[in-house]
Design a protein around this ligand. Structure first.
Ligand SMILES: NC(=O)c1ccc[n+]([C@@H]2O[C@H](COP(=O)([O-])OP(=O)(O)OC[C@H]3O[C@@H](n4cnc5c(N)ncnc54)[C@H](OP(=O)(O)O)[C@@H]3O)[C@@H](O)[C@H]2O)c1
Length: 270
């Protein structure tokens, strides 16, 4: 364990941030269940502190790949050994690919986005900064060295990255596909901003795009075996599950004939 006031090494700082990250996620989930998830369809805020929704989204999401790349490539301090390999390079490429879509392609293709409160943008920036740092630094410095035994090749060492990358790619494609369904509604709408989405996972869920996002990051965590990536999965779940439940209830209130076989984020369950 570490003493909060006597952090002398980067490893201690890394561990402290990881603990904070892990502990804060359930607290944030509790807060979100109480106050709701205050952006997009779940808010009508348009006061002085409202930023252009598209611009705010780009800024907050760009922090994540920037922080990860910096943490991954930042020079090692004396005593640190680089754990970077072609495999960790691949994980970094996956991360950056996700965020090229999330931070640039996705918002720039969207027909419109509601304004966002500056506080939401700043808290997302802080979250993405810490998350990018933790994941980048774990991949480049704090992960255990690869096993060098040639006999009895560690099956997990091969299986987990392959399985994880497949999960990641399936989740990412599913997420983009369902985001696209929502964008199409907005593009084709005449007078209404919102309509009941149809097709793909929307047959069973109000927020299949969130479930796919969760699957994507679970894939990343399986592939890397990183505690930082698992902490990210927890925080994505703590953020998106309450949001999906609010959106689900909002659909039920707003649309009279909303299909009652749909769940919020887990088919047949939740
Ligand atoms: N990794 C994470 O922790 C995390 C966190 C948040 C989001 N994300 C990802 O970012 C993406 C967007 O998230 P989000 O929370 O903004 O999703 P969202 O609330 O479902 O909104 C997505 C977009 O679709 C529009 N929209 C939503 N429902 C609609 C409907 N019924 N009819 C027409 N348009 C509709 C929204 O417009 P308005 O803005 O006008 O409402 C918004 O532009 C998702 O893929 C999500 O997985 C990831």
């Amino acid at each position: 364990m570490f003493n909060l006031f006597q952090i002398t090494t980067e490893k201690e700082l890394f561990n402290l941030l990881l603990y904070i990250f892990l502990l804060s996620s359930p607290i944030i989930a509790g807060a979100l269940f109480i106050v709701g998830s205050p952006y997009g369809s779940q808010t009508s805020y348009s006061g002085k502190l409202a930023l252009n929704g598209c611009l705010a989204w780009i800024v907050m999401e760009l922090v994540s790949p920037a922080a990860l790349l910096l943490a991954y490539t930042y020079p090692l301090t004396p005593g640190q050994f680089s754990q970077r390999t072609h495999t960790t390079d691949l994980f970094v490429i996956l991360w950056v690919t996700h965020y090229i879509n999330r931070a640039l392609i996705y918002p720039l293709r969207q027909p419109s986005r509601k304004p966002m409160h500056v506080g939401i943008m700043l808290s997302a920036c802080l979250f993405n900064l810490i998350n990018g740092y933790l994941n980048g630094r774990w991949l480049s410095v704090f992960s255990p060295p690869p096993t060098t035994t040639t006999t009895n090749i560690n099956n997990h060492a091969l299986l987990n990255p392959i399985l994880g990358v497949c999960l990641f790619l399936c989740g990412m494609l599913g997420n983009i596909y369902h985001d696209e369904i929502l964008m199409r509604i907005r593009r084709n709408s005449q007078n209404t901003r919102y309509a009941v989405p149809l097709g793909g996972g929307f047959a069973l869920l109000s927020c299949p795009h969130f479930l796919c996002e969760l699957v994507e990051w679970m894939g990343f965590a399986v592939a890397t075996g990183s505690p930082a990536a698992w902490a990210f999965v927890l925080s994505v779940a703590c953020n998106l599950v309450p949001r999906a439940m609010f959106i689900h209830r909002w659909y039920q209130d707003k649309f009279d004939n909303y299909p009652n076989n749909r769940k919020a984020i887990i088919p047949f369950l939740l």
